[in-house]
Design a protein around this ligand. Structure first.
Ligand code: HEM
Ligand code: HEM
Length: 175
């Protein structure tokens, strides 16, 4: 159920989850990107940290979706086209923040490397080593990473536009 309110900001738990997930994604993304360039003796550590942080994003996103659906949402203001663009980019960010960890997790399992979450325990997976689909899942993960980056660039540009050029209160809705 979607609710709206006159309140100008997102609910506290939605704001906390936005920044928690933003921080995790801004760390996980570059870590994933550099895996291909680091020396072999530290490669496994980069995999471990990238995968463990990325996996956390999946669970926090599920909590976030729950928090978002059960809290009042501040009304979006502005021309209809701008509102539609904001909804589209936000919606796609949600989709790719689920696609990224799911494809990465399934890809590693399909390649035959179960996730040892920060070296603490092995995460159960619905699929085991499946070389046939491993490369498809890796390709989805790789392409989605660039789509997510493009969406973030649009998102960030929109926030800067609102804050610096329009000088409206958009940024404060999430602070
Ligand atoms: C929000 C979550 C995640 C983000 C933003 C993310 C981002 C990335 C990025 C940017 C790359 C490099 C892609 C490229 O060079 O084309 C990558 C690679 C990779 N990611 Fe993720 N990832 C996430 C979650 C995960 C998870 C949960 C796992 C596994 C449990 C995982 C496993 C991998 C693997 C195995 C690679 C390939 C490294 C290689 O051999 O080149 N990722 N990821
Ligand atoms: C680092 C700088 C960032 C800033 C300054 C920022 C700022 C904002 C602001 C002001 C909003 C509210 C927009 C509105 O109400 O119209 C918002 C919402 C949102 N942000 Fe960010 N953000 C940042 C990073 C990120 C990152 C890294 C992601 C994900 C990859 C992200 C995903 C989202 C999503 C999905 C929403 C929609 C929230 C909802 O409707 O539930 N943000 N952000």
């Amino acid at each position: 159920m979607m609710m709206t309110s006159e309140d100008e900001r997102y609910a506290g738990r939605v704001r906390i989850l936005h920044w928690l997930i933003a921080g995790l994604v801004l760390a996980t993304w570059p870590l994933g990107f550099v895996i291909g360039f680091v020396k072999d003796d530290v490669k496994l550590d980069f995999y471990l940290v990238h995968e463990s942080l990325g996996f956390l994003v999946l669970w926090l996103m599920l909590v976030r979706i729950g928090a978002r659906l059960t809290s009042a949402t501040p009304l979006v203001e502005g021309p209809p086209l701008e509102k539609a663009a904001a909804h589209l980019v936000h919606g796609l960010l949600y989709v790719f923040l689920i696609v990224m960890p799911v494809s990465g997790f399934l890809a590693t399992n399909a390649h035959g490397f179960p996730l040892e979450w920060f070296g603490l325990f092995t995460v159960w997976s619905p699929i085991g080593k499946t070389p046939d689909i491993a490369f498809v899942l890796s390709a989805i993960h790789g392409w989605s990473a660039w789509i997510l980056l493009a969406l973030f660039a649009l998102h960030f540009a929109a926030v800067v536009f609102h804050h610096v050029i329009r000088r409206d209160g958009t940024l404060y809705r999430i602070l």
